[in-house]
Design a protein around this ligand. Sequence first.
Ligand code: ZN
Length: 112
Amino acid sequence: MKNKLVEKSKLSVIKGDNVLIISGKDKGKQGKIIKSIPDKKMVVVEGANIVTRHTKPSAKGRGGIQKIPAPLFVSKVMLICPKCKKPTRVKHKIDSEGNKHRYCSHCNEVFD
Ligand SMILES: [Zn+2]
């Protein structure tokens, strides 16, 4: 019997994190993660990887051309540490109660 569920592939960056884009057309841009898609290892960063979508008018809006941020692979972004403001590789540690925490590899600030 399995008494522990296999942890769903968690991303090292999550919604609300500020990240730096390290590759692609938006390299060097910073933004906040507005959505994470752990199953695909992708995140949507505010203002980054903008694509144009043509939409039909609907009850919700008048349609037309919309510019929306498309998902990026999580490997293309780096978390910006809220404390030392450096782009950092997120490290993980597990506390005495078995909870996983993320921390900064530069200043050791624990994020959550
Ligand atoms: Zn830091």
